[in-house]
Design a protein around this ligand. Structure first.
Ligand code: G3P
Ligand code: MG
Length: 243
């Protein structure tokens, strides 16, 4: 268990040499698109989507999240998980190309890249959606050493399984990195658990609407990437003027 606070716990081993970023809700402001679409679909059934259900879906592969959605809302008899995915697709496809960066995302990525820290992305999002979501951000994502997506053959199970983060750690230059030297940035409870299950450190940047009970597994909780201080983790400090 971690000791969530605004600074890393005193027993952090590190130092951190490699960084893995989640994407949806962490680098890109895309979680609100999913929320909006799910609200629209549930309204047809006279139901509402809320932040009790949201944490159980976020970070997961599409089909895994879809199963949670139809089962937990009690509509699985009339709408299958597969049909839910088909139904929401047109709406998502029109929204994703407008995806915006979360505050501090480009500053942190550009800083770590400029200092030679190997960085990558591990997202539950599959390749087709990844391409749409990153339409406006190709240059920034090109700074990543590699990108692991939810439809990667090595990702057998979605978060909270450690599969995706372990696959990401194997693809850095020089082969597998010791998980104790890896810091994962995540917004989702399932993602924080996946990082911890992989033996890595996890900084959580949760949506303010997420219940605080979900913060407990993270090693550190910050309200924005803008608030991240690299130094206590053994990472190079921001220089004056970096914005
Ligand atoms: O948060 P990510 O990047 O793992 O994405 C997961 C789903 O696509 C959205 O919850
Ligand atoms: Mg996420």
């Amino acid at each position: 268990m971690g000791n969530p606070s605004d600074s890393p716990p005193a027993d952090v081993k590190g130092p951190i040499t490699h960084v893995i970023f989640d994407m949806d809700g962490l680098l890109l402001d895309t979680e609100n698109f999913y929320t909006e679409v799910q609200e629209v679909i549930l309204a047809r059934y006279g139901k509402t989507f809320d932040w009790n259900l949201k944490p159980k879906m976020m970070g997961k592969k599409a089909i895994e999240a879809a199963r949670v959605f139809v089962e937990e809302t009690g509509i699985s008899d009339t709408l299958s998980a597969e049909d839910f995915i088909v139904e929401r697709e047109a709406m998502l496809k029109s929204m994703f190309p407008n995806s915006e960066l979360m505050p501090g995302a480009s500053r942190l990525i550009e800083h770590l890249h400029s200092k030679g820290i190997p960085i990558c992305v591990a997202t539950g999002s599959h390749t087709r959606h990844f391409e749409l979501k990153t339409t406006k951000h190709r240059e920034l994502f090109s700074l990543m050493h590699h990108i692991v997506r939810g439809d990667d053959p090595e990702v057998k199970e979605g978060k909270p399984s450690p599969d995706i983060f372990l696959a990401a750690s194997r693809r850095f230059e020089g082969g597998t990195v010791d998980p104790k030297n890896i810091l994962v940035f995540e917004d989702a409870p399932s993602g924080v658990l996946a990082a911890k299950n992989a033996g890595m450190y996890a900084v959580m940047v949760p949506d303010p609407r997420l219940d605080v009970s979900y913060h407990a597994d993270a090693d550190q909780v910050i309200s924005s990437l803008l608030d991240f201080n690299p130094q206590p983790w053994g990472l190079p400090a921001f220089e004056d003027g970096e914005s």
